[in-house]
Design a protein around this ligand. Structure first.
Ligand SMILES: NC(=O)c1ccc[n+]([C@@H]2O[C@H](COP(=O)([O-])OP(=O)(O)OC[C@H]3O[C@@H](n4cnc5c(N)ncnc54)[C@H](OP(=O)(O)O)[C@@H]3O)[C@@H](O)[C@H]2O)c1
Length: 339
């Protein structure tokens, strides 16, 4: 009997000792190792922003998993260092498969393409609700959602474009009221926007794009999102992602002209032409209608938000560790490549 009691005493002591040593490190070692072995899962990891998020996470030695509808294309975009699951996000079974052994989720999905637009509700709403539901069941604590810069209901109502932003509004509300450790990142348009309208030495912009708008390099979105998902102190925050300054299309054209020594002519195309065509073809394909709404938004971008861009950018500099890419740097990078 005495021997049994002594054995029990030492068993408890040894167990307690182990716990004490682990406690000294803050997080129990076993748990810490388990977390390290888990992946960060990105929905939309092949996308314009997603691929930069993936690269920045790999640079930080994180294990990364993505879901893509096309394994081959995803491999070409991302290489072999990332785990790729092939499938469609609208399938609950696919989502469940993706969520195994995951410590955090980034949602950077978009259905704004001519092929996907008809399924926007299933992809950008229903699938995200399923992801949240299944992630909860799997006890995944951290969720980062890449959304639009600032989605204002009154703005959408004023321009009668609720359809353009209501899904994101709903998802943001659901995430903010959930008990995930969550952060919403309001992505501004990528610098790419200034180059899509450029043909030779002409920048032809529907509506003109005269209002200054925030823009950012896709690389900076990648870096900030990667840092965000790793951190645990940004719970409940909504952060607007922008480069250093708000730019109008004519100002962007002038900057490109100055740097390339090639005069870029800014031309305003009437927006109503796109409006009419988009209404005619809406029953067959609503994509052009979405493009029209986004053009309407950027031609009427609220001046109070544009004025806050330097402040929003300063917040990023104070909160994250990175050296931002300026529009000037982006112009030089592109034109050095092509010259
Ligand atoms: N790009 C911008 O300038 C910009 C500006 C402001 C805000 N944002 C926001 O940033 C987020 C990401 O946008 P993005 O422009 O980077 O997107 P994107 O380039 O259009 O990429 C879309 C991503 O969604 C994935 N996807 C779409 N349908 C899917 C499906 N059924 N199943 C699985 N995956 C699917 C695609 O994966 P696969 O094709 O590999 O299947 C792809 O990785 C969005 O919330 C968007 O509103 C972007």
């Amino acid at each position: 009997m005495f021997i049994i009691i002594i054995a029990w005493y030492f068993r408890l002591k040894i167990k307690n000792l182990c716990v004490d040593v682990e406690k000294m490190e803050g997080i129990p070692l076993k748990k810490e190792n388990k977390i390290k072995n888990k992946s960060i899962l990105i929905f939309g990891g092949t996308g314009h922003y997603g691929r930069h998020i993936v690269r920045k996470l790999l640079d930080k030695k994180e294990k990364v998993r993505i879901l893509s509808r096309n394994m081959e294309t995803a491999k070409i975009i991302l290489g072999d260092a990332v785990e790729i699951i092939e499938g469609d996000v609208t399938s609950r079974n696919v989502i469940i498969r993706c969520l195994r052994n995951v410590k955090a989720i980034i949602i950077s999905l978009s259905a704004i393409s001519s092929k996907m637009i008809k399924r926007i509700k299933q992809i950008e709403r229903d699938a995200i609700l399923i992801i949240m539901d299944e992630a909860k069941k799997s006890n995944i604590p951290r969720l980062v959602y890449v959304s639009g810069y600032d989605i204002r209901r009154d703005f959408l109502e004023k321009f009668k474009i609720m359809k353009f932003g209501e899904i994101k509004l709903e998802i943001e509300k659901k995430i903010a009221s959930s008990d995930f450790n969550s952060t919403i990142l309001g992505g501004s348009p990528s610098f790419e926007l200034f180059f899509v309208f450029l043909r030779g030495n002409k920048m032809a912009v529907p509506g003109g794009g005269l209002n200054p708008i925030p823009t950012i390099s896709a690389e900076d979105v990648g870096e900030i999102t990667a840092q965000t998902v790793i951190r645990n102190d940004l719970n409940g925050k909504r952060i607007r992602l922008t480069g250093p300054e708000a730019l109008s299309m004519p100002l962007a054209a002038k900057k490109i002209s100055d740097i390339t020594n090639n005069r870029i002519k800014h031309i305003k195309i009437p927006l109503f032409l796109i409006k009419i065509i988009s209404i005619i073809i809406y029953p067959f394909n609503p994509f052009l209608r979405f493009i029209y709404w986004s053009l309407l938004m950027f031609n009427n971008f609220p001046s109070d938000l544009a004025e806050k861009v330097p402040e929003d950018h300063q917040f990023l500099l104070n909160t994250f560790s990175y050296t931002p890419v300026t529009f000037e740097m982006e112009i030089k990078r592109r034109f050095q490549k092509t010259s």
